[in-house]
Design a protein around this ligand. Structure first.
Ligand SMILES: CC(C)(COP(=O)(O)OP(=O)(O)OC[C@H]1O[C@@H](n2cnc3c(N)ncnc32)[C@H](O)[C@@H]1OP(=O)(O)O)[C@@H](O)C(=O)NCCC(=O)NCCS
Length: 177
């Protein structure tokens, strides 16, 4: 599995593969609330995770222009509950490309369409791996060129998240011995 040559290397910006999806939060998306009536009308977290994985997968596939698989959902922070009746807005973009893997960040917002109020509800980071025709990890040819200040910050943060994930894995491996 060789590194792409300079000639094969292509550059894309995060905007080139970014995806925005809108989903209306419906009653069937709510948490069961028999024992927790205070959560009545809150959207189920697992449903939101499913939306996040889908929108992030679309983004990763658009960047790679090929087959990708979710390797891990590295982080999910539920900042605020989303209510049935709100519009769920999912904004996904590639934060950084590594060798065969890339990180996608997803920001989930909840909009009250009557008032126009938009709240930041969830943040998530996922790692996808590009696969070849045999289903094996393959180097990603399309490198990422962050343009805006926010994209440059996400690019730097993605490297830190990966480094800390790998460091933890090493540490746990050592402790197993
Ligand atoms: C993800 C997968 C392809 C990795 O395969 P692998 O043989 O472990 O691959 P490698 O060890 O060669 O690593 C390949 C890349 O994946 C990354 N990776 C592997 N496991 C990872 C994990 N748990 N979290 C994040 N990244 C991971 C590696 O860091 C590496 O990235 P890099 O090339 O950019 O440095 C493989 O584990 C797989 O197919 N998993 C199932 C995926 C799936 O079915 N997802 C759907 C969800 S149900």
């Amino acid at each position: 599995m060789s590194k792409p040559t300079e000639k094969e290397q292509k550059w894309k910006t995060p905007q080139d593969s970014a995806v925005i999806t809108y989903v209306w939060a419906m009653p069937e998306h709510a948490n069961p609330s028999l024992f927790q009536p205070d959560t009545l009308g809150n959207v189920n977290g697992g449903f939101i995770l499913n939306l996040i994985d889908n929108v992030a997968g679309m983004t990763a596939a658009r960047h790679v222009q090929g087959r990708v698989v979710t390797a891990s959902i590295d982080q999910v922070s539920f900042h605020e509950p989303i209510k049935v009746g709100e519009l769920i807005i999912l904004k996904a973009s590639v934060n950084r490309v590594f060798r065969t893997s890339l990180e996608v960040g997803v920001r989930v917002e909840a909009e009250n369409v009557y008032t126009g109020n938009v709240r930041h509800a969830v943040s998530s980071y996922l790692t996808f791996v590009a696969l070849d025709e045999h289903g094996k990890p393959t180097p990603i040819k399309q490198q990422l060129k962050p343009v805006t200040e926010a994209e440059k910050r996400r690019f730097e943060d993605a490297a830190k998240r990966r480094a800390s994930r790998l460091a933890l894995r090493e540490q746990l491996k050592k402790e197993e011995v």
